[in-house]
Design a protein around this ligand. Structure first.
Ligand code: HEC
Length: 560
């Protein structure tokens, strides 16, 4: 059982400062206790599973697909009729256009006035929270599902379909809802909310340090601001009662070969469970982390990685598809240039996961296109003898440099006087460091650039730059740091909208719904996730250096 104070143990602290607000007082009194829920028993399990199939898959126990009616004709069927479509995986509801879809987990449906939890139902309006209603029982739930009449006897929005379910099926749905999002997720403590960030081996220590420093500073700032209600204007959202929880950050530094990461992650997670993984950085593979997040149902929000797995999951979210996206953007660009494209494209890449992945993605994307692709995978030995590797490059060739800045510098040093027709560089891998480019090469260099450029970029980055200055944190890699900065701000917004409904599925749903609404402080032109999408930015520019030495767009924003 959850103690009566699980949801709002700290509400009293904020409360004293809020008594002048009558409606808040009422909310506070209503939310003092939380709903108890049934302990799962073996007999209950089969029923819950039956309910899950209806709720999540739109599948009835008979194997027949669920049909939802409006005005007595079938309007939705199967997966689209599944309750999850509107009420979401967490059961916490959603906003469909302007129509509020209620949270319908047991905590909300069966709550009495004394134990009613609170959810924000329209993030655009901080006062729009769940309203009190008499507690549902299986009979009134049946009436809502079958006839579209809610517990207060009112006809509901026609958006809510009507379903001809049997008593057994209604009971199964009821059992499913009672256990759905009933316990707060792991990583949520009485007075703490724990997050991790992850660093894989081989990352420049300066980068991982600046990430950690930024996150720690942001967490401290956020923790300090939730304790003090006076002194600064706050969003009305911050005034809704909730438990004050300090955010805690732990850094999971992985070591050794990727095959061993899963065990390391499991051990770290076992010793200190976290609610979500925020940011993270890798210059090699990320697949073991991705798989771990998916397996533990652990949201892994927007790490800075060059090669996210192609196969998406539910819990890992990414800024973009990294070098795979760049490869497809470049292919699109080459196809549109057609006639003027060199006949041969030589790809140089590190013989590692990211390099091979990038080279393969470009080869695949240029299938059936009239260009000869040659691959040159480089290891440390090759890099020492680069002159040999580069000597046959002529002014008729295009080259693609899937290389990080240290390797780019080596290439530049060994580069022949002979300048290729065009040298493409990966914007992700170059990491904003173009100092390697020699004067001779510069006019022929094109950067496949996944970030915004020019004045808009400047504007979006201003806030971060000011913040870094305030806290005397260095600016070492603008795009990367903007990803970290975006993450902590976005997380702050999401968590304040979630109030005390700290369920991981709900975090992902909120991220999907809210990503395109927040102010974009990242280096990307636009971030957005439709339902089920897992890559927030979907294109890149082909960019070149102008006379002023600055990078500018040489193409429109290309979305493959
Ligand atoms: C197409 C979207 C949609 C689907 C699918 C859907 N609902 Fe709803 N549901 C709604 C909307 C919208 C409301 C709010 C209607 C209103 O209050 O006017 C609602 C309200 C409810 C309510 C009343 C909540 C309250 O606070 O009174 C219950 C119970 C409910 N739905 C259960 C279900 C179940 C169970 C399923 C699956 C069998 C389901 N819904 C599928 C959109 C949907």
């Amino acid at each position: 059982m959850i103690s009566p104070f699980t949801y709002f143990p700290g509400a009293g602290r904020g409360f004293q400062r809020l008594v002048s607000n009558c409606w808040l007082l009422c909310l506070f009194l209503l939310s003092l206790a939380s709903v108890g829920h049934a302990e799962p028993s073996a007999a209950n399990n089969a029923e819950v599973e039956m309910g899950r199939k209806i709720y999540m898959e739109g599948m009835r126990p008979s194997g027949e697909s669920l049909k939802g009616m409006r005005q007595s004709s079938v309007q939705v069927e199967g997966a689209t009729a599944a309750c999850e479509t509107c009420h979401r995986r967490s059961g916490m509801g959603s906003l469909e256009g302007n129509i509020v879809v209620m949270p319908i987990t047991g905590r909300f449906l069966f709550a009495t006035a004394e134990n009613r939890p609170l959810a924000l139902v329209d993030p655009r309006e901080a006062k729009n929270v769940t309203r009190a209603h008499a507690p549902y029982n299986d009979e009134s739930l049946g009436k809502a599902i079958r006839e579209g009449i809610n517990v207060s006897g009112a006809k509901m929005s026609p958006l809510m379909p009507q379903y001809a379910l049997t008593d057994v099926e209604i009971k199964a749905v009821s059992s499913y809802l009672k256990q759905l999002s009933s316990d707060l997720s792991p990583g949520v403590g009485e007075s703490s909310l724990r997050f991790a960030t992850i660093v894989t081996p081989g990352v420049d220590p300066q980068k991982s340090k600046v990430m950690e420093d930024m996150m720690r500073r942001a967490f401290e700032q956020r923790n300090a601001s939730q304790q003090t209600y006076s002194g600064r204007m706050r969003s009305p959202l911050d005034l809704l009662p909730r438990t004050l929880r300090n955010w805690e950050l732990t850094v999971w530094v992985l070591e050794g070969a990727p095959e061993t990461w899963a065990a390391q992650l499991a051990e770290k997670y076992r010793s200190e469970p976290v609610f979500a993984v925020i940011s993270g950085v890798s210059t090699t593979t990320w697949a073991p982390v991705h798989n771990f997040c998916q397996q533990e149902k652990l949201p892994c929000m927007f790490p800075s990685v060059a090669l996210p797995p192609v196969e998406t999951g539910y819990y890992p979210l990414y800024f973009s598809r990294g070098v795979t996206l760049e490869a497809e953007v470049l292919a699109k660009h080459l196809r549109s240039e057609d006639k003027s494209v060199p006949k041969r494209l030589v790809q140089f890449y590190r013989d590692d996961e990211v390099g091979r992945g990038a080279a393969k993605a470009l080869t695949d994307a240029l299938k059936d296109f009239d260009i000869k692709i040659e691959n040159r995978a480089l290891d440390d030995k090759d890099l020492a003898h680069l002159k040999n590797t580069l000597k046959d490059i002529s002014s008729k060739d295009a080259v693609m440099l899937w290389l990080q800045s240290a390797d780019l510098t080596a290439v530049s040093k060994a580069a022949p006087k002979q300048v290729p027709a065009v040298a493409y560089v990966s914007g992700f891998l170059a990491a904003e460091n173009y100092s390697f480019i020699s004067k001779a090469w510069k006019p022929n260099v094109r950067v496949v650039y996944p970030y915004e450029l020019g004045a808009k970029r400047e504007k979006n980055q201003q806030m971060m730059k000011g913040w870094l200055k305030t806290w005397q944190l260095p600016l070492v890699d603008e795009a990367f740091q903007s990803e970290v900065f975006f993450n902590v701000l976005f997380l702050t917004d999401l968590s304040s909208q979630m109030l005390d409904n700290l369920f991981r599925d709900h975090l992902i749903e909120r991220a999907e719904d809210m990503l395109s609404f927040g102010s974009n402080v990242s280096a990307y032109p636009f971030l957005g996730l439709s339902r089920g999408q897992r890559f927030a930015s979907k294109g890149a520019y082909i960019a070149r250096f102008g006379k002023d030495g600055k990078l500018g767009a040489d193409s429109e924003w290309l979305v493959p």
